[in-house]
Design a protein around this ligand. Structure first.
Ligand code: GAR
Length: 189
């Protein structure tokens, strides 16, 4: 029997789609479904063309945790992948899936992490600081934003003239290249 993963996503879902594509036909892993806290998130529609079910749950269900844990246990989910999921993972979810939740962050943690640091805010901060490089961090989740153990990092170099949009483009390229492989590495053995 394949190990079942769920993706949590709040937005466009380009990473969710790359992971689904990469794992389609995989011998031991499958993306069982996608959950979002936004009823109109594009990810919900995007993944359906891959035959993956997607569900909206309100923020209060994620905050309480128990409704989400019940749902995931009924689906016999083995691990959780956060791909652009912007809520804090609540304690009941953390406790139900210890060491089984990973996240991608669009910068080189521990820099540019923490509450409010997501998406374009991260790239704007990197630009404002005049960094010569940025990148991605894939890490386990713990009770603090962006502080769990790091699993993988990849870097890209930045030019002084790079706009936040260009930085986002470079970082997204790394995400799409590496995140699916790291998901396989972490959960596939
Ligand atoms: C990704 O860049 C991801 O690293 C970031 O949101 C984007 C989602 O894009 N996550 C965070 O900023 C979390 N703090 P996507 O919806 O196209 O996959």
């Amino acid at each position: 029997m394949k190990r079942k993963l769920v993706v949590f996503a709040s937005g466009s879902g380009s990473n969710a789609e790359k992971i689904i594509e990469f794992l389609s036909g995989h011998p031991t892993l499958e993306i069982s479904c996608v959950l979002s806290n936004k009823p109109d998130a594009f990810v919900l529609e995007r993944v359906r063309k891959w035959g993956v079910k997607s569900y909206y749950f309100p923020k209060k269900d994620f905050d309480l945790g128990v409704p989400i844990v019940d749902f995931l246990q009924k689906q016999e989910i083995d691990g959780i992948v956060l791909a652009g999921f912007l809520l804090k993972v609540s304690d009941p979810i953390l406790k139900a899936f210890p060491g089984k939740i990973i996240n991608i962050h669009p910068a080189l943690l521990p820099k540019y992490g923490g509450k409010g640091m997501y998406g374009h805010f991260v790239h704007e901060a990197v630009k404002a600081a005049g960094e010569h490089e940025s990148g991605i961090t894939i890490h386990y989740i713990n009770e603090h934003y962006d502080e769990g153990d790091v699993i993988f990092q990849a870097k890209c170099s930045l030019e002084p003239e790079d706009s936040p949009e260009e930085i986002a483009r470079k970082v997204q390229k790394l995400e799409h290249t590496y995140f699916p492989r790291v998901v396989e590495e972490v959960f596939g053995r």
